[in-house]
Write a new protein. Structure first.
Length: 101
């Protein structure tokens, strides 16, 4: 299948296999809306399960890590220090643990 024949979700999965991405970077690279990517990521999470790897967001001021967050977006501020400088979570796809072909 040529790259031009890929659906948006197939292209997203292909990009996620290459490296870890923030939601913002994926949106820019694919040229689609932030919400569209977010919705596709939830679908991929259901499809690929544990193979979808999420490095959690982190406060750049105090180092607080948002481990229990289920969203793909960064929170607006840190609950510990109230700082708004939050590093976006990074998302990737690890084929080693994938259950799909």
């Amino acid at each position: 299948m040529a790259e031009g024949d890929l659906t948006q979700r197939q292209l997203l999965a292909q990009l996620l296999r290459q490296r870890r991405w923030s939601l913002r970077d994926l949106s820019r690279t694919m040229g689609v809306s932030f919400r569209s990517i977010d919705a596709d990521l939830y679908h991929l999470k259901r499809s690929y399960g544990r193979a979808l790897v999420i490095e959690p967001a982190e406060c750049l001021n105090c180092g607080f890590v948002f481990r229990d967050r289920s969203r793909f977006t960064a929170p607006s501020r840190c609950p510990k220090c109230r700082c708004e400088r939050i590093q976006d979570p990074l998302i990737g796809l690890d084929d080693a643990t994938s259950t799909r072909c």
